[in-house]
Design a protein around this ligand. Sequence first.
Ligand SMILES: Cc1ncc(COP(=O)(O)O)c(C=O)c1O
Length: 373
Amino acid sequence: MQIPFVNLRRQYEPILPELQSSLIHLIDSNQVVGGEAVSSFESSFAQGIGVGYAISCASGTDAIEVILRAWNVGVGDEVIVPTNGWLSVAQVVCLIGATPVFVDNHPETYNLDLDSLEKKITHKTKVIIPIHLYGNPVEMKRLVKLADQSRIKVLEDCAQAHGASVDGKKVGSWGHAGIFSFYPTKNLSVLGDGGAIVTSDEELASQCRAIANYGQFKKFTCSVMGRNSRMDALQAKVVSLKLPHLNLWNQRRQQIARYYSEAWEDLPIQLPVNNDKSVWHLFVIQTNNRDGVKEKLAKCGIQTEVHYPIPVCQQPLFQKFRDSTGYANAERQAPRLLSIPLYPELTDLEVEYIAKSFRKVIERVAPSHQLDR
Ligand SMILES: Cc1ncc(COP(=O)(O)O)c(C=O)c1O
């Protein structure tokens, strides 16, 4: 059996006929950048999250840049980012001239460790960017309270957590703003690159919209420094067709995650925390001999990935931003992390095959149990 880490062919099956006819319709409409397809997606997306506005962008990375620019974050400002996460978050912070301040992750949730975060707040901290990593929401109530006490903005990075909620409130609606990526592997995706900003702040929304459209509040008049970061109508159509499936897709992800967790309960690995809030963008375990396990699974036809092999603060570009507090959890876990295929389109048979093959591989190549739990 061959099981790729993502299967786009299957993901597109439910929307393919409608997508084909949308394509012809779009060409006939003469409007392939912006337009009705984009605004209609933005309003459904905002409504689903429970915020006033969604502003689509060309990628999740752009969405972060646009919003930091709208907040006038720049030289002399500090932005708190997780060291366990995607590297473009810190890259954007540097790009606009601000300083990334890295925070270690909690050893079990993999998200920002809020105790460590608290110690890193200074009078220069302007924004905190919590990432809801692997689909698992950050403890937002506590984080928002911490930020409010110091008048710091919270930009939720929801690139891996479309549709997740904390205490009945969707991620993206807790902070002053949130960003999403619609990269093809995400829980909700386009056929290429795409992203969005969400917020209930009307003035911020209008500022972001202008920045992402050459700084124009009004056509042909540029009043703020801007750039081109818009969503194509085709991508808006793709993501609009997928949006009604998101909840069911996330439920299927939760079902598979429960299956893996129960099937591997007794194995000498660190399983992800049992969390009914997660939308399981990734199912990440820790094991000894990670590379051996990965190789043997590949021999069984099961493709795995590593998220992420190098903590962001260890990247050559970011070494100079490390501080003396250290990043022990992120650095200890990085060589042990392994992401197992988990997506809604996996059949029950494939899920069972993965569960059985994984058990055999662990028993053969990583039977010792010396993980720090
Ligand atoms: C947590 C996180 N933030 C930001 C991004 C950036 O999104 P994009 O790839 O759409 O630029 C990603 C994408 O991988 C991500 O996983």
